[in-house]
Design a protein around this ligand. Structure first.
Ligand SMILES: Nc1ncnc2c1ncn2[C@@H]1O[C@H](COP(=O)(O)OP(=O)(O)O)[C@@H](O)[C@H]1O
Ligand SMILES: [Mg+2]
Length: 423
């Protein structure tokens, strides 16, 4: 069903080429073609050729975007058209690198060396995901949304090269303060004496809140997908764009260059190996492994059940979590214990633990559910978490000392304060 043609090159970057698409209904699309180049340190002189990288990248990115789309996240990706190309919505790119972190590694540790762990120790884990914005620059040039140049970031005193991808110290302010991405903010060398106005970079329909929300959702979905296969998504970088109607989409690619990905025992399998100067055969082998592993990604069918003891208890304001349904039940544990028991033992599900949250002690049974508790329902066969039930009274809600867990990807993954957003 090919009634379009690959047109002229629209843009070319370090790792891919974008082509115009000609043909009815196709003007809104571009062909994204991966190259066999692998890059590091924003330094073109360190770029190397890696056989089959374009193929691994396209295979990985296609499946990642298909998963995100299934999970309800807006993506620019349309469909894969060859080993090394996919079709995507032609976006106005937002000149930001959007970073989410589960663990403190890499440049984060350069900025916060106090979180560095002793050798052999596992990295510091953030219960609540860290969200960071970096301005996307090339050769230190700051380019605004209209393509106009705003100025330069300056020269790195150590490397003598332009500072690229400065961190935005205060993304929620109107005037963005830029800092060196690899120097602690308490050191004077971290200052970049150039402020930029947020409006110069974000289209009218885009807010930092929305960017943060989407990035967190993307991370939680991918973290869960990897966790199910026994891997740790450590952090990632994504890029967003807007379509011609102003919709915010996850664009560019998400492949083995985009994240740090580790085995359960902390062995790196992502592009970080290239930054760390591993040999090219070994790196290519890991890219092949990752491209193969993502074919096993699946969206588990999950729900969060908010269980209130009475109509008077306010319902929790829970964030939207992609692919996870919300169910509201009003049922009093101590007034009608048998109803609660029935709720906890739905067909095909098997309740294997119940937990009282405030003090983390085990709960013995649904009959005591007049109090705050949450309960995970596991599928008997697969062992996957199917539902998390949360029961909370107004008093406990106001005291805000309770925690809720969010299920995902085969296990309970995260927790955060009730008033917070997705951690
Ligand atoms: N769906 C899209 N629509 C428009 N531009 C895109 C899309 N996906 C990626 N791009 C842009 O394509 C360009 C080429 O990508 P890349 O090779 O990664 O370049 P860079 O080295 O600048 O990151 C980048 O500017 C990127 O933002
Ligand atoms: Mg890029």
């Amino acid at each position: 069903m090919k009634n379009y043609q690959k047109g002229k090159v629209l843009a070319e970057g370090k790792t891919k080429r974008l082509y115009r698409v000609e043909g009815e209904d196709y003007e809104r699309l571009v062909v994204v073609e991966s190259k066999d180049d692998i890059t590091k340190n924003d330094d073109p002189s360190q770029t190397k050729l890696m056989v089959s990288k374009a193929k691994f990248s396209t295979a990985t990115t296609s499946i990642v975007f298909e998963l995100l789309r299934k999970a309800g996240i807006p993506v620019a990706y349309e469909r894969r058209i060859s080993d090394t190309e996919f079709l995507a919505v032609n976006c106005k790119m937002i000149m930001l690198e959007v970073v989410i972190r589960r663990y403190a590694v890499g440049s984060y540790l350069k900025r916060y060396p106090n979180l560095e762990k002793k050798e052999g120790k596992v990295p510091h884990r953030f219960h609540r995901l860290v969200f960071e914005l970096f301005l996307k620059t090339t050769g230190g040039k700051i380019v605004m949304k209209d393509g106009e140049e705003w100025g330069e970031t300056g020269v790195d005193l150590k490397t003598k090269r332009p500072i690229d991808d400065p961190i935005i110290a205060n993304p929620y302010d109107d005037a963005w303060v830029l800092r060196h991405p690899k120097i602690p903010e308490w050191e004077e060398d971290s200052y970049i004496y150039r402020q930029v106005l947020k409006n110069g970079f974000l289209q009218r329909s885009v807010t930092v809140e929305k960017i943060e929300e989407i990035a967190r959702r993307v991370f939680l979905v991918l973290e869960g997908a990897w966790a199910q296969l026994g891997f740790r998504l450590v952090d990632f970088k994504i890029e967003l764009g807007i379509d011609k109607d102003g919709n915010l989409l996850v664009a560019d690619v998400i492949d083995n260059d985009s994240w740090r990905l580790r085995t359960d025992d902390w062995k790196e399998i992502s592009k970080q190996l290239f930054r760390d100067n591993f040999n090219m055969d070994e790196i290519a082998d890991k890219y092949a492994t990752v491209a193969d592993l993502v074919t096993r990604f699946a969206v588990p069918k999950q729900a969060i059940v908010l269980w209130r003891g009475s109509q008077d208890d306010k319902s929790l304001e829970l964030f939207e979590l992609a692919g996870i349904e919300k169910i509201d039940i009003v049922s009093s544990g101590h007034k009608s214990p048998s109803a609660c028991d029935a709720e906890s033992g739905t067909d095909g599900h098997h309740s294997i633990f119940q937990k009282r949250y405030a003090d983390d002690t085990q709960y013995t049974g649904a009959k005591k559910s007049g109090r705050l508790y949450a309960q995970a329902i596991f599928h008997r066969r697969t062992g996957q978490v199917a539902e998390i039930k949360i029961n909370i009274s107004n008093k406990e809600r106001e005291q805000n000392r309770s925690r809720f867990f969010v299920c995902g990807g085969g296990g309970i993954r995260t927790h955060g304060p009730l008033s917070g957003s997705a951690s």
